[in-house]
Design a protein around this ligand. Structure first.
Ligand SMILES: Cc1cc2nc3c(=O)[nH]c(=O)nc-3n(C[C@H](O)[C@H](O)[C@H](O)COP(=O)(O)O)c2cc1C
Length: 187
């Protein structure tokens, strides 16, 4: 998945690029490739507001502080997940087993939630202590309460404090990274 385009090259441009439209376009494409080369993990974020739940594929996630234990995720403002986290104030971050890599394509739009079978798009889940859904097949999860939000353009950085976490599989289970897929996001 590429960055949303169609708006022309995005500045600022280093002085060496100058004002030529083609040079600015080439720089824009180069910067995108450099940004894509940053190593990332790949996760499913669980969100919850009232009885509404969602699961969403996301790679913009990182720990941000030791004490308190803070984790940040960058979420598109147009995403249903954004609405649920804004309203609910919680999210879960689930790692994905490398062998389950096909899953991430199933969490790129609002999921079908079955609260009788307790499934998200057919994948079993349970609610964490925050109420956010956690996939049963996730090797590990973090359950977070939002402490701070930072508007970053078309995304919001939700900074959450880890209020619960756990392993649900062997601690050494290889977890999915962006490089295990042919997908890109951002740039
Ligand atoms: C590989 C990959 C990585 C993604 N990473 C992010 C991300 O870091 N942040 C984000 O908001 N959306 C990301 N997306 C897009 C979301 O999965 C999703 O398409 C969109 O945000 C809508 O989600 P929704 O179900 O909450 O509406 C990524 C998609 C793919 C395929």
């Amino acid at each position: 998945m590429a960055a949303p385009g169609g708006t022309g090259p995005i500045g600022p441009f280093p002085q060496r690029v100058g004002s030529d439209a083609e040079a600015q376009d080439a720089y824009d494409r180069l910067r995108r490739r450099v940004l894509w080369s940053l190593p990332y993990g790949l996760y499913v974020v669980g969100s919850r507001a009232g009885e509404r739940r969602n699961g969403m594929t996301l790679n913009w996630a990182t720990q941000l502080a030791f004490d308190p234990k803070l984790v940040g995720i960058g979420v598109e403002q147009s995403a249903y997940t954004h609405q649920l986290i804004t309203e609910g104030g919680v999210f879960s971050l689930c790692t994905i087993a490398r062998e389950d890599r096909a899953m991430v394509r199933k969490f790129t739009k609002p999921v079908e939630v079955d609260t009788t079978a307790m499934t998200l798009n057919g994948f079993a889940f349970h609610d964490g202590i925050t109420g956010a859904p956690i996939l049963d097949c996730a090797p590990a999860f973090l359950d977070c309460e939002v402490r701070t939000t930072v508007e970053t353009g078309a995304h919001t950085l939700f900074i959450g404090e880890v209020v619960d976490c756990g392993f649900q599989a062997d601690e050494d289970t290889p977890v999915l990274r962006m490089e295990d897929t042919r997908m890109n996001y951002g740039g």
